[in-house]
Design a protein. Structure first.
Length: 545
């Protein structure tokens, strides 16, 4: 498709309306913006603001006919994509315009190898097969920075790290050297070092290929790092747009100012040296055996947690940070005795390592966990009242239904939810509300120790700040002890009394949060902090390039 003079992509008065059960909902309302050849435009805003719906409209990937466009046009190289028949738009997808989604694990086929998935794109759009396709796949994997790409051809998605899966998705998207690359929250689920690597990779590939990019994000630090111009979306409208520097330094709209101010703030819980120790571990190990051969003999071990020692006192928060695969989540699960481990674990002064299911059950009331993805951890078949009240039914079976309901109502109020909504189901709530439900489920039993496993990573900045404030308030009100696992160091800084840094299953360093953030001792910790805060501090130089 040849390009006339003017912008590569021009969206004018685009509206998107969804019809469901006789009702119409406007998701995008008369949006207009354009992208020039070789330019990066960021689309920012909260979850539900219409960012992804706008991007999916470009490639006509919405669920038509329940979705329709009452107004607008999408001109790509002067041709209206909305008016194109399906056979023509199919040629545009993957050739001229490609898209990478937020979660690569759900975008990649779990039953196909890396080679099969990238080769499929080359076969459909380029007619390549056999040795030629294999050579091009290896070339693409090398370009996106996957080490030893030939050895990875036979790998399945579950055998790759999060960063490697996202690199495969980028290889798929770039296979045909598109003119426009759409990236929908491609770094949200990644740790800070991998996030920085993916952003650098995208900028390098964009410069080399001369492609334009529409980058969708809720992270304003990333916006500054990668984009030249920004469109701010709120409730389906673009409320402000312009150069990155202008938007950041002198935002005109109230919503933009609120978005820029929406970072986790406040003072974390102070270290309490005189408080009793709630949980402690000494030389804790979680080794997973690696088996090979017909007889499945053990030939080695994956040392997910390798000799970790820690203690957390009443009312404190221990922040556990590190890259993906460093052992953070495995450590939390081991302390809760949800997976097998070696080494003493002491909870409230009593050894719990080696206790069987029945002996551990009384401790379960005092030990709870909040997972990263509330949508995946909440049963879609249970109402909110049933989800939050389930723990009460298990651990307090003699409590009456009325008393249980009263406890659920009280807990929902504590986490900032309307108790009248307790008879609804998880899909009827936003991401931030679902995370509040997950917190309520953990708090209803009035535990003493709560493991928080990346509870804010999938949330936009405003909701992140709200959840951090909520966790801090609950900690003060109930004198809770937290183990807070995160790759977002700004969130850790707002919550943690102490910080423990992990790499490859080992503790690199640990200490009071204020001291560690001010003066990290190890080179790895300094690199981790630099990767996180570079999104804020080193942005202007990148944007000006």
């Amino acid at each position: 498709m040849s390009a006339p003079a003017g912008p590569l992509l021009k969206i004018e008065d685009l509206s998107v309306v969804f019809r469901q059960a006789g009702r119409e909902t406007t998701a995008v309302n008369k949006v207009s913006f354009e992208i020039k050849k070789g330019e990066t435009v960021a689309l920012v805003g909260e979850s539900g603001s219409g960012k992804s719906v706008t991007a999916l409209s470009i490639l006509k990937l919405l669920p038509y006919p329940s979705a329709h466009h009452p107004s607008g046009s999408i001109l790509f190289k002067g041709h209206d994509l909305l008016a194109m028949p399906e056979d023509e738009i199919r040629h545009v997808r993957g050739n001229d315009i490609t898209m990478v989604f937020q979660e690569p694990m759900t975008s990649l086929n779990p039953l196909h190898t890396v080679e099969q998935q990238v080769s499929e794109v080359l076969a459909i759009h380029r007619g390549l097969s056999g040795a030629a396709a294999r050579a091009r796949v290896i070339e693409l994997l090398s370009e996106v920075g996957i080490p030893d790409p030939e050895a990875r051809l036979a790998s399945y998605p579950h055998q790759l790290s999060g960063g490697q899966r996202q690199r495969v998705m980028i290889a798929l998207a770039l296979a045909n050297e598109p003119d426009l690359f759409i990236a929908d929250e491609p770094t949200t689920a990644l740790d800070v070092t991998v996030q920085a690597q993916i952003l650098k990779l995208l900028k390098d590939l964009q410069t080399r290929l001369g492609m334009a990019m529409l980058f969708i994000t809720h992270d304003l630090g990333i916006m500054r790092k990668i984009a030249e111009r920004v469109c701010v979306m709120h409730d389906g409208l673009i409320v402000e747009q312009g150069p990155v520097g202008n938007i950041y330094q002198s935002p005109k709209h109230d919503y933009t100012r609120a978005l820029l101010a929406a970072e986790p703030k406040g003072e974390p819980a102070k270290p309490r040296l005189a408080a009793p120790i709630v949980v402690a571990a000494d030389d804790l190990k979680v080794w997973f055996p690696v088996r090979r051969g017909f007889l499945r003999r053990i030939i080695g071990h994956i040392k997910a947690v390798d000799g970790v020692s820690l203690s957390v006192r009443r009312g404190e928060t221990l922040g556990v940070v590190g890259e993906s695969g460093s052992g953070k989540t495995t450590l939390g699960l081991a302390l809760l005795r949800l997976i097998s481990s070696e080494g003493p674990i002491v909870f409230l002064g009593k050894p719990i390592q080696g206790l069987r299911f029945r002996a551990m059950r009384p401790h379960r009331r005092e030990m709870q966990i909040v997972f990263q993805d509330p949508y995946g951890s909440l049963s879609p078949r249970m109402s909110i009242a049933d989800i939050v009240g389930e723990g009460l039914r298990v651990h307090h079976p003699h409590v009456s239904a009325d008393d249980r309901d009263a406890c659920v109502v009280s807990t929902l109020k504590d986490v900032g939810l309307d108790p009248e909504t307790r008879h609804r189901y998880p899909h009827e709530f936003s991401g931030g509300q679902r995370q509040r439900i997950a917190v309520a489920r953990a708090m209803v039993l009035e535990p003493m120790f709560v493991v928080l496993d990346e509870p804010t990573s999938a949330l936009d900045m405003m909701i992140q700040a709200q959840i951090v404030d909520l966790l801090r308030e609950l900690q003060k009100k109930r004198d809770l002890t937290y183990l807070f696992i995160s790759h977002d160091l700004k969130v850790v800084a707002a919550l943690a009394s102490h910080v423990l840094v992990m790499q490859a299953g080992k503790v690199i360093e640990q200490g009071p949060a204020a001291e560690l953030f001010a003066q990290p001792k190890s080179a790895y910790t300094r690199a981790l902090f630099a990767a996180a805060f570079a999104l804020e501090t080193a942005a202007e130089g990148v944007v000006s390039q």
